[in-house]
Design a binder for this molecule. Structure first.
Ligand code: GDP
Ligand code: IMO
Ligand code: MG
Length: 495
């Protein structure tokens, strides 16, 4: 462990830029805040464009961290390598991936399917960028075994038969893993890390794994019903419950990760990085605020804390430390609204218009390929999101997709069946959505293609008014506007 800390400190000192460098508003990249800790958070139901922003600003930071979720997330980054444009879909690896001077860290709050992570590492290394040597994983992060992914899928199949509410999960085993963690029978990365050269640890891990498989066989046996478990899934079940297979795999993973000193106490590392070394930390949220287990549209949510509050438990950064340093929260909001999977979405468009918007916006999931449900921007939900996270500013993404509409709409209130109106919070009870009427404000649209525009004043006046109206209604400053997927396709708005 000591060797490893030494190695990583060497890495720290090899990063030339000092965090204390004065902020230069005239330099090329200066339009992003220079806080010591910056958090990028999806303010809606995910897929707001977090990946693009993190990739865009990662160069300003030393350590790029994930604090929640697993490979249910799908974050796209677009870059040009040797004159060729490449779109990379990242799921677990933080979006600092393309910046070789960054350390990328998966915190204790994340859940990790190791084979998927290795696939991503390969994807990055195949384009000639070091990945594994720049990756750190918390020894406390939970492992997502193949078996949990299978269980997640089978549970969804079973629910589809109408026995329970289908969530429309990504089938990546996220909910099963967090449930097992809370039940205190899950496996952590630190449990298998080292087993390739420690016989006692190997025996202990085998015991843990056997016990977990025994419990799963008992609890989830009902999922093997041929009504929703195909022959192929049954074969996978037998494969994934084979202890020898699992042990062989984890022994191999242990060896690979040890070669790079990848698994550490990230809490200790990050606290030192902030307090002792003055390093700059960029935190990448996964999923979206409205998918938070506690505050999202439960039960149609993911199984982790997706809020700014989640960074304290998911990375081990104390709230009071954040108070002492410069900490900045950037909310990412799409100029309209999308959602994947089941659950209420007040401003959802009728089928035809929905598909039209999805096609216009390329709204197909990075993780599952599913068509995202589309609708007009929901100001009520955005205010709710702001209340939960206190965004310092917003980036409004994909404004370019709204070009061409005669009129654009903003959902500014919900009128419930009982006559009550809501303007800044979403209903607690999902049944309220059944008869809910959205109060819309309709604004004139714009026809021009805005992809090439780089200054707010050059946007069509109706597009400017749309942005200003969102600011007025939410009370949040919109600092940047996305007009395309590429790094440069962003407008900075100074006031
Ligand atoms: P994330 O999960 O929040 O990182 O978002 P995704 O990557 O899943 O989905 C956002 C999609 O929109 C990706 O395909 C991005 O390349 C793309 N994108 C991001 N910002 C913009 C923008 O301002 N305009 C357009 N047209 N596309 C964007
Ligand atoms: P990013 O980080 C969009 C949704 C799923 C499903 C629900 C629960 O790319 O924004 P889970 O597999 O987490 O148990 O599924 O949450 N979901 C997302 N939707 N973007 C995401 O991540 C999502 N992560 C989970 O579609 O409705
Ligand atoms: Mg996504």
């Amino acid at each position: 462990m000591k060797d490893f800390i030494f190695e990583k400190q060497k890495f720290f000192s090899s990063i030339k830029r000092q965090f204390s460098k004065p902020w230069d508003y005239t330099s090329k990249r200066s339009h992003y805040p220079n806080s010591q800790v910056t958090l990028v958070l999806g303010s809606q139901w995910g897929d707001e464009g977090k990946g693009k922003l993190v990739d865009q600003i990662a160069n300003e930071y030393d350590i790029i961290c994930r604090f929640n979720g697993g490979n249910n997330a799908g974050h796209s980054v677009v870059t040009t390598i040797n004159g060729k444009k490449i779109k990379l879909g990242l799921h677990l690896f933080p979006c600092g991936a393309l910046h070789e001077n960054t350390v990328n860290l998966l915190g204790n709050g994340t859940v990790i399917h190791i084979p998927s992570l290795f696939e991503e590492v390969k994807l990055i290394e195949d384009i000639g960028i070091n990945a594994l040597s720049r990756l750190l994983i918390s020894s406390h992060a939970q492992i997502v075994p193949d078996l949990f992914q299978l269980i997640d899928g089978l549970e969804e199949n079973e629910k589809s038969l109408g026995v329970a509410k289908k969530i429309g999960t990504t089938r990546k085993g996220i909910g099963v893993t967090y449930a097992m963690e809370k039940d205190r029978i899950g496996l952590r990365v630190g449990d298998f890390y080292g087993i390739h050269n420690d016989v006692i640890q190997k025996m202990q891990f085998e015991e843990q794994l056997s016990s977990l498989i025994r419990i799963c066989k008992g609890r989830f046996n009902y999922l093997l019903d041929p009504k929703f478990c195909s022959k192929e899934d049954r074969r996978k079940w037998d494969e994934y419950t084979n202890i020898k297979r699992a042990m062989d795999r984890y022994t191999k993973y242990s060896k690979i990760l040890s070669n790079h000193n990848t698994v550490i106490n990230t809490m200790d590392y990050l606290n030192d990085a902030i307090k002792k070394f003055g390093k700059k930390i960029l935190i990448e949220g996964a999923n979206g605020v409205l998918l938070d287990t506690e505050y999202g549209t439960y039960p149609y949510v993911t199984s982790s804390c997706t809020l700014s509050a989640g960074i304290c438990t998911g990375l081990g950064i104390p709230p009071r430390l954040l108070k002492k340093i410069d900490f900045n929260v950037i909310g990412v909001a799409k100029a309209y609204q999308t959602r994947v999977g089941e659950g209420p979405m007040a401003t959802e468009l009728p089928k035809e218009e929905n598909t039209e918007m999805a096609l216009k916006g390329g709204e197909f999931g990075v993780t599952t390929g599913r068509q995202r449900r589309c609708g007009w921007l929901d100001i009520v939900a955005l205010k709710y999101s702001h209340q939960l996270n206190e965004f310092d500013q917003l980036i409004l993404t994909k404004l370019d997709i709204l070009s061409g509409y005669d009129t654009v709409k903003l959902g500014v209130g919900y009128r419930l069946k009982n006559g009550q109106t809501l303007h800044k919070t979403i209903p607690i009870d999902n049944s309220n959505y059944d008869d809910l009427e959205v109060i819309y404000e309709t604004l004139p649209g714009w026809k021009e293609d805005i992809t090439g525009i780089r200054s707010f004043e050059d946007l069509p006046i109706n597009a400017q008014n749309y942005v200003r109206r969102i600011e007025k209604l939410t009370g949040i400053f919109i600092r940047w506007i996305g007009v395309g997927p590429d790094r440069e396709e962003t407008i900075e708005k100074l006031h």
